[in-house]
Design a protein around this ligand. Structure first.
Ligand code: CA
Length: 450
């Protein structure tokens, strides 16, 4: 049975010779080393975040500052997309992580090759270390397919009540992780503005109209990138499913609820496909090993999971100790230089299904996954008021406006509002690691038809 073992790359005593990686609140200490793709001037490369810097691993590879399996892994990256790397066997990915951790560690490398490489990186640091503030991040891989799940019963049940459903939590919810097929082509990296969509919806008088969608919302989610895929017709068993994830990013599943609630006869469509945002740094499977926790036990009164969704191993280590936040900054707050306000504080433990169960269910009919496919968790709302992870929940579906200061309130996002998502993995015996930010500002809808 595969498990998630800790190694020297997780050792909380280790620090980096890059000083910003040792600051107590950094998202990117030596123990994280998340992967991303960036543009620096006219050049596209890839690397790992460390403190406030990026190590250009593409350049390290070209300068032969990596060796053995680590070099094999790094040399797989082509054309500014990480898909081939993501699909590699775990031992190759570990070799790369271990060598990067050694080269960036403050402790002196024991291996002669690593010693010499570390010296060269220090000498060449002007070229190999880039300030994160001075590059433009990209979506890190070609995302072939994107599926978004719905795994918080609190989010689902609240929305069911808002819609006046006789059964607010659909009976299928506790039998299977429900999902819809999302739109991969409109996924954008953090920092990209989201343009309010035009669409069809029912206005206040109950008339069906077309225009700028008034009720725009965010959804705070975590999303897993698939590493190794599976052939068509060959499901991924639950006990192996967690090992098919390469890593995780923050996901904002922007939602035009006015459109969505009118059109969703056969699930979400244009209310979602106008854009989704992800954070640029993929926090890897291996980096998250110290933060695995048991999945919350199901109440005894809940239906027992069917055998293909039931595994003692997955229940024991299928969860993550990850706290997540959403921040809202209005245009007024931005003009005044105010950071905005935190509107959500939640935890991944509120999800009813694990990522392993999502993937096992997704492939149970033989559906194939490819490296770089993306699986969203669904809105990570918890039971308490402060853990509601979208504005529709926060405002009780527009009945209780949110006070945003300066005499303004919100029942939905207005043009000029920015949403920023953050997350941190915590464990008592590990160095906390973060996910960076997933941010986007709302722009006005275009005039359409002209
Ligand atoms: Ca969603």
């Amino acid at each position: 049975m595969p498990t998630f073992e800790l190694n020297t790359t997780h050792d909380p005593r280790r620090q980096s010779w890059i000083a910003s990686a040792n600051l107590p609140h950094t998202d990117f200490p030596l123990q994280n080393l998340p992967f991303g793709v960036f543009e620096h001037g006219a050049r596209v490369s890839w690397g790992v975040a460390i403190g406030s810097q990026i190590v250009d691993v593409g350049a390290l590879t070209n300068l032969a500052l990596l060796s053995g399996d680590a070099l094999t892994a790094a040399a797989s990256v082509r054309d500014g997309e990480l898909n081939a790397l993501m699909g590699l066997d775990a031992h190759l990915l570990h070799a790369l992580r271990l060598q990067l951790s050694t080269l960036l560690g403050a402790d002196h490398p024991k291996d002669a090759f690593d010693q010499s490489s570390q010296q060269k990186i220090k000498v060449l640091s002007q070229e190999l270390l880039l300030d994160q503030a001075k590059v433009h991040m990209r979506v890190p891989c070609a995302i072939g397919d994107y599926t978004d799940f719905l795994t918080s019963e609190y989010h689902t049940e609240r929305h069911g009540r808002f819609k006046g459903l006789a059964e607010p939590l659909p009976s299928a919810f506790k039998h299977l992780p429900v999902a819809y097929h999302g739109r991969a082509s409109s996924i954008r990296v953090s920092g990209t503005p989201v343009v309010r969509p035009n669409g069809q919806f029912k206005d206040g008088a109950g008339q069906v109209v077309f225009g700028a969608a008034p009720m725009l919302d965010f959804e705070l989610e975590l999303a897993g990138f698939i590493g190794r895929g599976n052939p068509l017709g060959q499901p991924i068993a639950l006990d192996r499913a967690q090992h098919h994830f390469f890593g995780w990013v923050l996901l904002n599943d922007w939602s035009a609820k006015s459109i969505q609630w009118w059109e969703s006869v056969l699930g979400p469509f244009l209310g979602k496909s106008f854009m989704s945002s992800i954070s640029p740094w993929i926090v890897t499977q291996e980096a998250l090993a110290p933060f695995r926790i048991p999945q919350q036990a199901r109440p005894a009164s809940d239906p027992k999971a069917l055998p293909y969704l039931d595994s003692a191993l997955d229940q024991a280590q299928g969860g993550f100790d990850i706290e997540l936040q959403a921040w809202l900054q209005t245009a007024t707050q931005r003009a005044l230089g105010e950071p905005g306000q935190q509107i959500t504080q939640t935890h991944l433990k509120h999800l009813y299904w694990t990522f392993g169960q999502m993937l096992a269910h997704h492939t149970s009919n033989g559906c194939n996954m490819k490296s770089g496919d993306l699986l969203g968790s669904g809105t990570i709302s918890g039971p308490s008021d402060d853990s509601r992870a979208c504005i529709t929940e926060i405002t009780h579906a527009a009945k209780v406006p949110l006070d945003v200061g300066h005499g303004e309130t919100r029942i939905a996002l207005q043009d000029g509002d920015a949403i920023t998502l953050k997350a941190k993995a915590n464990h008592a015996s590990a160095v906390p690691i973060g996910f960076g930010e997933c941010t986007g500002v709302v722009l006005a809808a275009p005039v359409y038809p002209a």
